[in-house]
Design a protein around this ligand. Structure first.
Ligand code: CA
Length: 354
């Protein structure tokens, strides 16, 4: 397909004007796979592009779902599940449209880092983005201005990266729109992670979720592992979750066998939880080596010791205890060892009662 035909398939000057060129037809009848060509001048090529894979599968009428992974490069479960899903998905399995970007932040994916090695930015803090901004801002703007106007539902697959491990969970914001809130809760139950976490207490700023919600469309995120490794459970939950959520939305044939291996059945109902306030985020009070007291998923109590900060180079300094400020279930637990003052070492979630 030529650039002219690719551009002609999507209405609006924003797409034609965008610095990132989309090779694929975003409104196909069938399967279309190719790349976003994002310009990046470098030593080996002044006119070089970063080629970000994009796969679109559509058939008949139904909602459009955007599936993303690799927004953070060091979060592998979603990249694994979505790249396999995108490779295997056939138009005969679909009613509606599924747009898939399994390695959205490709420079970070290839470097296995949270931040983009191109501009040292966190893509998930760059939304809604800027067309003429840094590489990450340009990429965020493409998603916001070209993809999101086509989309009814966004599912963005994450883990807790290198810095923490998360109890396997979906997540969403505590939004004001009661109908959309309920629909998102139902979508989370269909995804079927052990926990679904509502955010209410922290200013993330600039996330894909925020850009999605600004358009009034459904947004579901995940945290399916962490510590910079591949969680066996997390990849299974990602595979099951994609099937469950897409069947729930009516865009995937319930009998479609998409994955190479059967990811198994969902175990037990999803527990809806909330992180209600900034007090649930526990920051290291000093630099040091953090020894956690609990693994993610543990029941914890306010006042209980969350772990100890060791000043291993100072022989006369005792370890500094960090205490939980809230009771609940440990959603995210530190584990990388060395932390900086202000790094979050524990996040506590509490039951969401509506
Ligand atoms: Ca993440």
């Amino acid at each position: 397909m030529t650039a002219a035909t690719a551009n002609a398939t999507v209405a609006g000057p924003a797409h034609r004007a965008h610095r990132i060129r989309c090779e694929v037809d975003l409104a196909p009848n069938g399967r279309s796979a190719g790349h976003l060509r994002a310009p990046l001048s470098r030593n080996t090529s002044g006119w070089g592009v970063v080629m970000i894979p994009i796969i679109v599968v559509a058939a008949g009428s139904g909602p459009t779902v955007l599936l993303t992974a690799g927004v953070h490069g060091d979060e592998y479960e979603g990249q694994i599940a979505l790249s396999e899903f995108a490779r295997r998905l056939d138009p005969a399995m679909v009613r509606g449209r599924i747009i898939m970007l399994p390695a959205l932040n490709l420079p970070a994916v290839e470097a296995a880092t949270r931040l983009s090695p191109v501009d040292q930015r966190d893509l998930n803090r760059c939304f809604p983005g800027r067309r003429d901004g840094t590489f990450s801002e340009m990429l965020a703007d493409f998603v916001t201005s070209v993809l999101l106007p086509l989309v009814d539902v966004s599912i963005d697959l994450h883990t807790a990266g290198h810095s923490m491990e998360a109890a396997p969970s979906t997540n969403m914001h505590l939004i004001d729109d009661a109908i959309r809130l309920e629909r998102t809760l139902c979508l989370a139950e269909a995804f079927g992670a052990p926990f679904n976490v509502l955010f209410a207490g922290v200013d993330e700023g600039g996330t894909l979720t925020s850009a999605v919600e600004a358009r009034g469309i459904l947004s579901l995120g995940t945290e399916l592992g962490g510590w910079g490794r591949v969680s066996i459970d997390g990849t299974r939950i990602a595979r099951r979750g994609l099937l469950g959520a897409l069947r729930h939305l009516g865009v995937l044939d319930p009998n479609a066998r998409v994955f190479d291996r059967d990811p198994g059945e969902v175990i037990g109902p999803t527990r809806h939880m909330i992180v209600p306030s900034p007090e649930c985020y526990h920051a290291a009070p000093a630099d040091g080596v953090f020894e956690p007291a609990h693994l993610a998923g543990a029941e914890v109590c306010a006042g209980e010791c969350a772990g100890w900060l060791h000043a291993v180079a100072d022989f006369d300094r005792a370890a500094l205890p960090v205490h939980y400020a809230a009771s609940g279930v440990l959603w995210m637990a530190a584990g990388p060892g060395r932390v900086r003052r202000g790094d979050i070492v524990a996040v506590v979630m509490q039951p969401y009662t509506g």
